[in-house]
Design a binder for this molecule. Sequence first.
Ligand code: PLP
Length: 401
Amino acid sequence: MQTVPGPDIAQRERRERLAARVRSVAPSGIRRFFDLIQTMDDVISLGVGEPDFTTPWHIREAAIYSLERGYTMYTSNYGLLELRRALAEHLARRYGVVYDPQDELLITFGVSEGLDLAMRAILDPGDEVMIPDPGYVSYAPCVTFAGGVVRPVPTSSENRFHPRASDFAERITAQTKAVLLGYPNNPTGAAPSRETLLAIARIVAEYDLIAVSDEIYDRLIYGREHVCFASLPEMRERTILLGGFSKAYAMTGWRVGYVAAPRDLMEGVLKIHQYTALCAPITSQMAALEALRNGEPAVQSMVEEYDRRRRVIVKGLNDIGLTCHEPDGAFYAFPSTEAVGQSDEEFAERLLLEEHVAVVPGSAFGTCGRNHVRCCYATSLPQIEEALGRIEAYVKRKRKT
Ligand code: PLP
């Protein structure tokens, strides 16, 4: 068969192979560090935001047993009904927020998928999303990939990186569609008070916005309550709640999480999930069910251990002279690098090369993260103590020069 080129083909300009919105997102600032770490020995990593615990045995055992019983098939697009029922009970019991397990809860490939689904479900091209800065590295790219526009809302060390409602109000435009909240926060550990969240909720209601609330660290909170955004007045109908199993149950590799949303929003979220992911892996869903049913003692003991480490690392960093506020939740300390007169990037790079301690530059999480580094304390106390010793040696040396 002969192919005859159409008249316009010769005139066609060379087209970019990747879409403009994909090209517009810079590669992750963290990746370069992790590539560097791979080439080095004896590195203590306070870099990766991942529990150092293995998934509790009873959870792994439940998954193994489900395989033995032959659970190897697709589930409903929403996920296993038994798991959704357990999740509905869990959310009602912990936060007093009620979702119908039939069509208001969806099991996903972690919060990562939930975030992408939420953004694609609600954004039209040019819609703006307000995101506190600094924030988790995936937030802004997910908005951009979905065709939206990111409006950073600055937070600062003066306020322990807690957001202020007035900063949201000042940034609202005719295009504002949503706020994307991530509390307790990665990288700052901030968990705002109920009053602050209520003030943000009033803005969400007043301007008819949608709140996407990533609460993956809800269980990792120290000496204060976690406020579920959807539980605030009028917020259940306006919130897409994202939650997960990765952090609380040390289940990062299982890739399982959930979306909770009112029916109309869930309809859109589900549509994308059913055509692009079909369903979360059944083995992981079985594990998640066991986690919800019997995982509480393990969560409690992991949280106690994180809290112990949190106190050691925060005190240690402050003693060394790197000013560090007390994180309310998650497992990150976020000290300032100003005392050594170095930018976060320079500090992180020199510390890695000279002392073999990996931390993440704060600017990888947004411009307001500048001159801070994220130190993840989801690693053993002896490792944290060794890392503090090395950081101290580094800081002393830099202060002399
Ligand atoms: N949200 C935040 C704030 C995170 O820190 C992470 C992982 O580090 C995720 C979401 C991704 O979670 P998941 O493993 O459930 O996809």
